[in-house]
Design a protein around this ligand. Structure first.
Ligand code: NAG
Ligand code: NAG
Ligand code: NAG
Ligand code: NAG
Ligand code: NAG
Length: 235
């Protein structure tokens, strides 16, 4: 919208008056092409002119978010792309767009020692036991988080990752203030894909953390202070 304001100043009061008629709350939705159309519709050449000028100043929409990096291992580089739509200036009459693609270099985010799962998550199992808080701090220090089981795919990958692993509980993301408070997660969905084991959560007063229990492929609520293996995720 900077361009719009700039232009209002340049062309003086007249055009700005017209714009405010269209209700200032709509200003965010106005782009050059809207003005061109509006100018044609209302037969106000000045609006069309402003629209065309804005289009020349700012002929492209904002970039899409980057695609995920093609490289997934830290220390390895790959590419990522983003696209945006731009007015095709060769066609002055019709509002035709062309797509622009930008290609950038990026480093993978999966550290050495972590595994990329079949669904593409980067997970690292730590066998050395820590309590919930220290486990999360450990993951943060490595650049990750305690894993939030927020999709069926991730849940399945964790199951496969831990098959044959005989330890009992595994610390994962998910903590609550009291045994009747809602669960809170550090990242990802606040409504994760958690399957509670039978009879869980049992809501004992000190059971304020979620753990994953491999042999039941389900979760328990348990004390945060117990030291357990844990899984970090790198996102
Ligand atoms: C301007 O927008 C506001 C908020 O959307 C709305 O309540 C109001 O009726 C609009 N005014 C006109 C003149 O369209
Ligand atoms: C614009 O579109 C109309 C109808 O779609 C077409 O007849 C006309 O030739 C086009 N003009 C340009 C400059 O492409
Ligand atoms: C440009 O991208 C948009 C959205 O991704 C798509 O709908 C459109 O068909 C593309 N246009 C061209 C000319 O490729
Ligand atoms: C991770 O992958 C390595 C080999 O790339 C393998 O030795 C290790 O067992 C895997 N760890 C887990 C938890 O699957
Ligand atoms: C624990 O609380 C949840 C809701 O907060 C409830 O769904 C669950 O049945 C409770 N568990 C037991 C064993 O009462």
């Amino acid at each position: 919208m900077k361009n719009l304001i700039l232009f209002c100043l340049v062309v003086s009061g007249v055009s700005c008056g017209l714009l405010s008629e269209s209700n200032g709350t709509a200003a965010d939705d106005i782009n050059a092409l809207t003005l061109v159309d509006l100018g044609k519709e209302t037969r106000k050449p000045l609006l069309t002119l402003i629209g065309l000028a804005m289009r020349n100043l700012h002929p492209c929409e904002v970039w899409s978010p980057w695609t995920p990096c093609e490289a997934n291992t830290r220390g390895y580089y790959g590419t990522r792309t983003r696209t945006r739509q731009c007015v095709d200036k060769r066609s002055s009459e019709n509002n035709t767009y062309k797509n622009e693609t930008d290609i950038g270099l990026c480093e993978g985010n999966c550290p050495v020692g972590a595994n990329i799962t079949s669904h593409g998550y980067c997970l690292k199992l730590h066998i050395d036991k820590l309590n919930h808080e220290n486990a999360n701090a450990f993951c943060r220090k490595e650049g990750g988080y305690l894993i939030n089981l927020d999709s069926a795919e991730k849940y399945e990958d964790v199951k496969n990752m831990l098959s044959g692993f005989s330890s009992s509980f595994i610390h994962i993301d998910g903590r609550r203030a009291t045994s009747s408070s809602p669960w809170v997660y550090k990242y990802g969905s606040q409504q994760p894909f958690i399957t509670w084991a039978s009879g869980e959560p049992d809501n004992q007063s000190s059971d304020l953390c979620v753990v994953y229990y491999p042999s039941e492929h389900g979760c328990h609520d348990i004390s945060c202070t117990l030291t357990r293996p844990f899984i970090c995720e790198f996102i």
